[in-house]
Ligand binder design. Sequence first.
Ligand code: ATP
Ligand code: MG
Ligand code: MG
Ligand code: MG
Length: 483
Amino acid sequence: MKSQEITKRWVDFFVSKGHTAVPSASLVSSDPSLLFTVAGMVPFIPYLTARETPPYSRATSVQKCIRTGDIEEVGKTARHGTFFQMCGNFSFGDYFKEDAIKFAFELLTTGVENGGYGLPVEKLWVTVYEEDDEARDLWLKNTAIPAERIQRMGKSDNYWSTGQPGPAGPCSEIYYDRGPAYGIEGGPAADDNRYVEIWNLVFMQYQIENVKSKVEFDIVGELPKKNIDTGLGMERLAMILQGVENMYETDQVRPVIDKAALLSGKEYTSAESADDPHHVDDVRMRVVADHVRSALMLIADGVTPSNEGRGYVLRRLIRRAVRSMRLLGVEQACLPELLPASRDAMKGVYPAVELEFDRISRIAYAEERAFLRTIAAGTARLDEAVVLAKAGGSELSGEDAFTLHDTYGFPIDLTLEMAEEAGVAVDEATFRSLMQEQRQRAQADAKAKKGGHADLTVFRELLGQGETVFTGYDELESESRVR
Ligand code: ATP
Ligand code: MG
Ligand code: MG
Ligand code: MG
């Protein structure tokens, strides 16, 4: 079943259950505390927190999401994309646990010929919050899932809150068993690779106060209006329904893997185990396919590369895609081949990526060319430093790595990798302390000159939101860990 059909069935099903179909909001989050839309519920936050009255009591959507926090997992697990689509159904003070559970079970297990997804019941597992006997009983009463496939999980897995005083509540999640070839027996509590999480049902039922962390707070009462917020990963369901090994091989992503394989002359083999000699290259191709798609969708939603905030995330995605191609042996510009492949895979659902492709591709190609120039300029300097280090039998100094970063815009991960190729280690500790010093200097300067963070207000205004979001430095820091 193609992605487009999966989402069509989703919306049709929930509309038939009285939900209003709401189009996806932008990836650029409407919530000022978030850089991006990270879940289907984000556009509904004002309703879920009862700050605004919703125009409907039931809604459904297929929401574009970006989760940069998952970037390290991409290509290594079967199930984490930086971009993905979250199918959701929502109740604002209308139905609660029982119907949410019934709807989920019905849609997943109704036969394909009858408009459902036709998943075999014996492949499904469920988790509930350890104290939520009500949810467990409802699964047992209303569905064919037996008690031995319902597991209890603690707060860190199965409790939802914003980390702020307000609504919170237990979750119940649905997992699909991919079979013994993918890991050990024992349900999702034992193996989250074999048992893939596909759908999270959040039961917002309590008011919490005195919040110390996501798992430490006081429940002060029941919400007057209880809400349902659910999210199913469309790509994860597509991976199951299309019988492929991971979400990067589904119809909206795979064509870019094939293009990367063609350009690099490497075979893509679906390697899942790190012991497989093809694994390293296969992961790179999956990273390329994921990041190219995320870049396409971000630029379509108005993000442009920069050194701060959202633009920095986009820059980093493009650089990681280009770097992965480089590691696959392709040193010339490759987005002009990869981006159209991603566009063609996405345009059926998102016509804007085709209609606006001129603008999107101009931005993406310019960013790739700029990065390739950076690489070219820094390489000569790096080669010199490597020769010196080798002659002296020492590491490449932290000062050299810092100069490459500071003067040539050469990311530390690139330095590490190229030094490693040349058989030279890098004094990373010194590099980090120089970065730290520079940051402190910059902060002191900004304070002295402008009295606080005045320089960031321009950025805040650009974003048209009330809160400054500046992740550039932190992201730079973590870039070194990204290979
Ligand atoms: P996981 O534990 O696998 O990282 P999660 O618990 O972080 O998933 P939720 O926050 O519960 O995910 O989001 C709801 C659903 O969205 C998940 O059940 C999953 O199907 C999907 N999803 C979450 N993160 C991703 C991602 N990075 N790529 C693809 N789908 C995702
Ligand atoms: Mg996660
Ligand atoms: Mg999870
Ligand atoms: Mg979850």
